[in-house]
Design a protein around this ligand. Structure first.
Ligand SMILES: [Zn+2]
Ligand SMILES: [Zn+2]
Length: 350
């Protein structure tokens, strides 16, 4: 069984023993590209889906990428304009006494523009309603026994999470979670619908087996500069502890700061809120309850920061799931613990 909590965590708990009572269990999934079985917990794998139940679809407006190939004349005219403005900028920066690296960068840009050939392909994103509803794609199938820290609604032991593989108006996905009793699915749909061919690969998780590992996480604190406009203690810990942690964090090397040690990286389920920066990342459900992370995803698994403590690791850190659409690589889906089945999901993109 894989163990990844970094040894430096002990230093955090030595200085802040009071954190212990605020620990929450998260399950790191450790996804690895593979061929998970329909009965397995998996990322992007086949789902144990009742044959009698319609597959979930999305008919909402999406951003669709449009590619326009410009004519040779138009491409040449665009390049001439770009070249003229790049040369003007270089002259201005030379007169301003800009640093040599900046001038070098601008000259390289001019050289590139001067030598470019072929038609320009223009990409624009248009909001469109799909001609036919888009099947959601499997993101996660998880058995209760693989995620002991996650509270399943009564009578359920299987979580299935799917999302629409196109960005919506907020550039996020539309997710749906299904909580089932695995034993009640007897007539199983043999295959999932093929993902929409127009969906970007970076939004469709590739099938991965998982190796669930339970880790402990501690509450986020506001890590913005104290004089920043948005600074506001999160209040998830006693004020004195949050204040002392904030000061402790400032003295730590970047790799061992509070955020690194308190929360696990990569794809994981449960635990504490995935963000430790902006107060607006703490989301409250319309019922007034602080939402909890259901699934947190990250571009990399951070094998350097949270490596395997039990022997060499042959896993590839470069995005095993292929999901990579958030600017800083992080995308999380939150749920309301009061009633995960009827209170809506939220998401945070960063
Ligand atoms: Zn959609
Ligand atoms: Zn709620």
């Amino acid at each position: 069984m894989i163990v990844t909590t970094p040894p430096a965590r002990a230093l955090l708990l030595r200085d802040f023993p009071e954190l212990a009572v605020h620990g929450r269990t998260a399950t790191r999934l450790h996804p690895r590209p593979g061929t998970p079985d329909i009965c397995d917990s998996s990322v992007g794998g086949p789902l144990l889906w009742p044959a009698s139940e319609p597959w979930p679809v999305c008919g909402e407006e999406h951003y669709v990428e449009k590619r326009t190939v410009l004519s040779a004349e138009e491409s040449a005219a665009r390049r001439a304009d770009s070249l003229a403005s790049a040369e003007a900028q270089l002259r201005r920066r030379e007169q301003d006494g800009a640093p040599p690296q900046t001038l070098e960068f601008l000259r390289a840009d001019i050289k590139r523009l001067g030598s470019a050939t072929g038609p320009i392909v223009e990409r624009t994103h248009l909001l469109e309603r799909p001609p036919a509803p888009i099947p959601l794609v499997p993101v996660l199938q998880l058995h209760r026994g693989d995620a002991p820290g996650l509270e399943f609604p009564e009578g359920t032991d299987l979580l299935q999470l799917l999302w629409c593989p196109h960005p919506h108006t907020d550039m996020c996905h539309e997710e749906q979670a299904f909580w089932r009793n695995a034993a009640s699915v007897t007539d199983v749909r043999p295959t999932a619908p093929a993902p929409d061919p127009a969906a970007a690969a970076r939004r469709v998780p590739r099938p991965c087996t998982v190796e669930p590992e339970q880790v402990t996480e501690y509450p986020p604190i506001c890590l913005l500069d104290r004089d920043a406009d948005h600074f506001e203690p999160f209040g998830l810990l006693p004020a004195e502890t949050e204040d002392r942690l904030y000061r402790w964090d400032r003295e730590q090397p970047e790799d061992d700061d509070y955020f690194q040690l308190a929360t696990a990286p990569g794809w994981k389920v449960g635990g504490w809120d995935p963000s430790a920066a902006e107060p607006d990342h703490l989301r409250t459900c319309s019922c007034g309850t602080l939402m909890r992370p259901l699934l947190s995803t990250y571009r990399w698994e951070n094998l350097a920061g949270w490596p395997s403590q039990n022997g060499p690791d042959s896993r590839d850190d470069e995005g095993p799931t292929g999901v990579d659409f958030a600017r800083n690589g992080s995308y999380a889906i939150l749920y309301c613990p009061v009633d995960p089945r009827t209170h809506g999901l939220e998401h945070i993109i960063d």
